[in-house]
Design a protein around this ligand. Structure first.
Ligand code: APR
Length: 234
């Protein structure tokens, strides 16, 4: 595996999934101990579930906040934040909603699936809401239940967000995927965009998956180990 010299690259994209946060202790979705083995997403992560029982859905997301706040970013997160300071065009495109990249200092982060730290009123828009528990569960303007600003099952991703992700991926010369099972579209299509554009494509994941064939280079290690190895001496 050829090590990476940051100065050789004009634009780098790190594409991260639940495996990136797994090393910090945040459970994945589908792997062993994954959230969707413990909970039925139909009951806690869909608009229908929210319409039927908003409190149950908000309680579930509060539990997720608590568990995320007990976890800390790992050396791989910090490495990405440092690379962003050294290379002018570094973007993290993440499927994670936990805000771990930002906690480590990354600023240029595209959150495909929204954030655990924002709430949304269908009429009055999005507000930041940090902390273990929700500061408020109802909109102060209209009294409607506020829903987490997260892309749940059956929701559409924001076209602005996916367009922006596709744009940066289309222009990158290095694409590194870290800890994603690569099964959820449209994110699952991103490595194809990078590959077609001739970017160097590398996968870091301890296990192979359906999307692994898209990567000419694979590192079968955990997120931080793989990243530290790839960027050794920098
Ligand atoms: N380092 C790197 N990768 C790891 C690690 C680790 N320490 N531990 C596990 N992984 C890998 C697993 O091998 C698996 O391929 O992380 C991947 C996690 O896969 P998923 O749980 O399917 O998570 P993700 O790909 O992010 O899921 C996408 O699905 O349910 C939705 O909205 C949710 O954003 C999520 C989306």
């Amino acid at each position: 595996m050829k090590l990476i010299r940051i100065s050789d690259h004009k634009s780098i994209v790190f594409f991260t999934g639940a495996g990136m946060s797994a090393e910090s202790g945040v459970p994945t979705y589908r792997g062993s101990g994954g959230i969707w083995h413990q909970y039925r997403w139909e009951e806690v992560a869909s608009q229908e579930a929210f319409d039927e029982n908003p409190e149950k859905v908000l309680n579930f997301h509060e539990l997720r906040r608590k568990s995320v706040l007990q976890c800390q970013p790992h050396p791989g997160h910090y490495l990405l934040a440092r690379i962003e300071q050294e290379c002018p065009r570094v973007t993290v495109v993440t499927q994670n909603i936990d805000g771990m990249h930002q906690r480590a200092g990354s600023r240029n982060v595209i959150e495909l699936h929204g954030s655990l730290w924002r709430l949304k009123c269908a009429i009055h828009g999005i507000s930041e809401d940090l902390g273990e528990t929700f500061k408020t569960r109802k909109c102060s303007d209209c009294g409607a239940w506020l829903r987490p600003d997260i892309v749940w099952f059956g929701d559409y991703l924001s076209p602005d967000v996916t367009d922006e992700a596709a744009r940066v991926i289309n222009n990158c010369d290095l694409f590194i995927s870290i800890g994603t099972s690569g099964v959820v579209y449209p994110a699952a299509g991103f490595p194809k965009i990078a590959k077609n554009r001739g970017a160097r494509c590398i996968e870091i994941n301890p296990e192979a998956n359906e999307a692994s064939y898209l990567y000419p280079e694979t590192i079968r290690e955990s997120a931080s180990k793989g990243l530290l190895r790839l960027f050794e001496n920098q």
